[in-house]
Design a protein around this ligand. Structure first.
Ligand code: SF4
Ligand code: SF4
Length: 402
């Protein structure tokens, strides 16, 4: 039965795998990604694509992990194309070859976005944990352009690379990029775990935005059409974002193991999510508790229910509220009206005195993931046996820090 008050999904993010050869300390994948080994096979993904398209989804992103690890990527792209999706591949570029760029183009892929870690190979290696990745990314950016795609590059900015912003934009210009997304790190998953080492200072942010504006003028004066999108980190804002355009409103993520989420970070919340192996996408979207939980305004705290902006920002991000306050029903602390907004002010103030140290970054890899899971399970076992005080479920990273 369809709940008539809910609009259909427009976006599907297909996270094909959590496997990835890189180890970015700002990765938004779940800390316990090694727990989800049971990836959907090709037929199961075909079924997901068909169901989502039948429901009305038109935009499709393939991501991960590194989606190029999946050898059936071309087949999935081809199926998506036949179904009428507009398709986008979000990749680190590792695993891409000129042949594969061409094969993906033949399969009907519409768009490729490659991420860069830094402007120079040394910092890129320190951040991604790979000596070869940077050179390969540059070569593949050129191959993508040569295959006739618009070249879109993405850089996650943080304390260790944000001062390189001028060099990063110059590099993108040299590569012939059509659009560059300068996305300041948002603190979910591994980025939340590493946030103290990743958060820039306010001065760094101001300088970086000014440098971006200078580059916009330079590019315009040269008649060069390369758009620069500078995304400010939420922690430095006063108003929360309308996360995913509203919970269960337009966006749906299917995780590698088939779990269906309103956004790719929602796995961090203390709630159960349905799986396409057991339930149809239609029932999940319209009927499941998970997707209905934060729709509308009924769930909101009084502060948001009485606020004129409630339909604009939907009370902010549930994952951010939970990670920062331990309560997924709270107003997002990014909001200046939130009683917990001071948490962010304190974090920014504390961090302004730290010296950036790459050695303190915890890399996103299988060994660390298993270790974090182990820590969480020990804590949970202690609580159940009464050897540790019961407490609300804490995000793994809080447990790890204890
Ligand atoms: S952010 Fe880095 S580690 Fe995470 S999936 Fe992307 S490339 Fe891999
Ligand atoms: S009080 Fe709630 S609805 Fe109002 S601006 Fe803040 S988060 Fe948005």
């Amino acid at each position: 039965m369809v709940n008539k008050t809910t609009s259909p999904p427009l976006w599907l993010l297909a996270e094909l795998t959590y496997r990835c050869p890189l180890q970015c300390a700002y990765c938004s994948n779940p800390l316990e990604f090694t727990r989800y080994q049971n990836e959907l096979d090709t037929d199961a993904w075909f079924s997901v694509l068909r169901q989502a398209r039948a429901m009305g989804a038109a935009q499709l992103g393939f991501s991960g992990g590194e989606p190029l690890i999946r050898q059936d990527l071309e087949a999935l792209v081809s199926e998506a194309r036949q179904l009428g999706f507009y398709t986008n591949l979000l990749t680190s570029g590792v695993g891409l070859t000129a042949q594969r760029v061409n094969a993906l183009a033949e399969a009907g892929l519409d768009h490729i976005q490659i991420s860069l870690q830094a402007a120079d190979p040394e910092l890129a290696q320190a951040l991604a944990g790979s000596a070869k990745a940077h050179a390969n990314k540059l070569a593949m950016a050129k191959a993508v352009k040569a295959a006739g795609y618009p070249m879109v590059l993405n850089v996650v900015l943080h304390r260790h690379n944000i001062d390189q912003i001028g060099d990063l934009i110059a590099l993108c210009d040299e590569l012939g990029a059509d659009a560059v997304e300068l996305a300041n790190c948002q603190y979910y998953g591994w980025a939340f775990l590493n946030r103290q080492a990743l958060m820039p200072t306010r001065e760094q942010l101001v300088r970086a935005e000014a440098e971006t504006n200078r580059w916009r003028e330079t590019l315009a004066a040269r008649g060069r059409d390369m758009s620069l999108l500078f995304v400010v980190p939420d922690y430095f804002e006063q108003a929360p974002k309308a996360c995913m355009g509203g919970w269960g409103s337009i966006f749906m993520t299917v995780a590698p193991d088939g779990a269906v989420l309103p956004c790719h970070s929602a796995r961090e919340l203390p709630m159960a999510f349905p799986n396409v192996k057991e339930t149809s996408l239609q029932d999940i979207w319209y009927q499941s508790d998970a997707f209905n939980r934060f729709r509308g305004t009924q769930w909101m705290p009084a502060l948001c229910q009485q606020c004129d902006d409630r339909d604009k920002d939907h009370g902010g991000c549930r994952c951010q509220a939970y990670l920062l306050t331990g309560d997924m029903n709270a107003t997002d602390p990014v909001c200046q009206h939130s009683p917990q907004h001071g948490l962010l002010e304190s974090l920014i103030a504390e961090n302004s005195h730290n010296t950036p140290d790459q050695a303190t970054l915890i890399p996103r890899n299988a060994r660390q993931s298993k270790q974090l899971q182990g820590q969480a399970e020990i804590q949970s076992g202690l609580r159940q046996s009464g050897l540790a005080a019961p407490s609300p479920r804490q995000p793994l990273e809080l447990i790890y820090r204890q």
